[in-house]
Design a protein around this ligand. Structure first.
Ligand code: S3P
Length: 439
């Protein structure tokens, strides 16, 4: 346990690069491991979650190494080419790694055992097992479909058509990855579009994948099975979900002026930026470009007086990981911020809805909540703070409450900052170099 305390910051000033995108980093290593040839990855997130994925892929027979120049090299085994693992695959804290890996293993005809930390072992896996049984995989799990589990992949995998019951990129990706090693076409219909890194990157590796827009606003993704994936270079952009913390901090701490370089701007990830701009946040984008199929740019943030807004439920998939830090911004804004459509927050690394509400109350903020909504009533001035918050193995909760401490009257303390290393190694130094006081 590493206790961290955040006290009132001095103005945040400077230009920094944000660590690589977690979603894209997991996928770059996984897809490189399924490709033929040598994939070079630049800007990989070297957080604990991604390192766990690298280790699992090694156990499955891929060669995954870090080069001296900081790039990562993956020598893949081809689609369907993994070997039976002789060890338990430990996916650490990462739901993405666990669920995508289950998709891949569903069409490998052997048994694998998978586990994770206490947070991951409490998260629902039935949402991926249901469609993967249709592919031909079978599972043995702890009660309520939780990890640790055993997965036996199909001998002859079947293509499937699956309508996503929840807007989850992890479920979508698991089905598509299972379909890679099945003959014919695998189809996923998503009623609400969610992050499409799997679609973009599989295409980058040479898969035949089409995306059609449906009349109801959803999308149908069709993948032709059994492609030969070919190794390609991948440049991982900075993670917009990690950028969210210095962005909100710079907006809240008076007289701040921060530039964040090379941030991923995939439109299915930028709901927070739009919301903060609607609240009056001064965020501008410079130097926009496309890298490996993904839009990226530099963000310039200047401190702003924020106002409460209504965040519509249909925006949730494009900012699902950002509600904790948005709630901190809302706590300092003038007026009420109402967030609805939040049921997925209950099954993240922690029950984030409950954790945000309880933590903000402990910091003297007026909040309301229900099963899938939350209101935060800001007074347009710093909240009282002064609380000790349990981070519950949840990196984003930990960083969010540290951001609140940067503007609160009293410092905010978290009981354990170590989960931050899963997604944002170097967070404390990066923030303190900009002007914060985390100790
Ligand atoms: C992710 C999808 C999201 C997100 C997670 C990363 C991904 O989860 O919360 O941090 O990389 O596919 P869901 O698919 O459960 O919404």
């Amino acid at each position: 346990m590493t206790r961290l305390s955040s006290a009132k910051a001095t103005p945040l000033v400077g230009m920094v690069a944000i660590p690589g995108d977690k979603s894209i980093s997991h996928r770059a290593l996984m897809f490189g491991s399924l490709a033929i040839g040598e994939t070079k990855v630049t800007g990989l997130l070297e957080g604990e979650d991604v390192l766990a994925t690298a280790e699992a892929l090694r156990i499955l027979g891929a060669k995954v190494t870090r080069e001296e120049d900081g790039r990562w090299k993956v020598i893949g085994r081809g689609v369907g080419g993994f070997i039976e693992p002789h060890e338990v695959l430990n996916m650490g804290n990462a739901g993405t790694a666990a669920r995508l890996m289950m998709g891949i293993l569903a069409s490998h005809p052997f048994t694998s055992f998978m586990t994770g930390d206490a947070s991951l072992c409490s998260r629902p896996m039935e949402r991926v097992m249901k469609p993967l049984r249709e592919v031909g995989a079978s599972f043995l799990t702890r009660s309520q479909g939780r990890l640790p589990l055993a997965i036996t992949g199909a001998v002859d995998s079947l293509p499937t058509e699956y309508v996503l019951p929840v807007a989850s990129a992890q479920v979508k990706s698991a089905v598509l990855l299972a379909g890679l090693n099945a003959p014919g076409e695998t189809r996923v219909i998503e009623p609400t579009p969610c992050r499409d890194h799997t679609e973009l990157m599989l295409r980058h590796f040479g898969a035949n994948i089409t995306v059609a827009k449906n009349e109801d606003g959803g999308r149908t993704i069709t993948l032709k099975g059994q492609p030969e994936l070919t190794a390609v270079d991948v440049n991982v952009p900075g993670d917009p979900s990690s950028a969210a913390f210095p962005i909100v901090a710079a907006l809240l701490v008076p007289d701040s002026h921060v530039t964040l370089t090379n941030v991923g701007l995939n439109p299915l990830r930028t709901g927070l930026f739009q919301t903060l701009q609607e609240m009056g946040g001064n965020i501008s984008i410079e130097n926009q470009r496309i890298e490996a199929g993904e839009p990226v740019g530099d963000l310039v943030i200047k401190s702003s007086n924020l106002k409460g807004v209504e965040v519509p439920p249909e925006r949730a998939p494009s900012m699902i990981d950002e509600y904790p830090v948005l709630a901190m911004a809302a706590a300092c804004a003038e007026g009420q911020t109402r967030m609805t459509g939040l049921s997925e927050l209950r099954v993240k690394e922690s029950d984030r809805l409950a954790a945000i509400v309880n933590g903000l109350k402990a910091c003297g903020v007026d909040v309301g909540s229900g099963e899938d909504w939350m209101t935060v009533n800001g007074k347009g001035k710093p909240p009282q703070g002064g609380a000790m918050i349990a981070s519950q193995l949840d990196h984003r909760l930990a960083m969010s409450f540290l951001v609140l401490g940067m503007v609160s009257d009293e410092p905010v303390t978290i009981d354990d900052g170590s989960p931050i290393n899963t997604s944002f190694p170097g967070f404390v130094d990066l923030m303190n170099n900009l002007g914060t006081k985390i100790s």
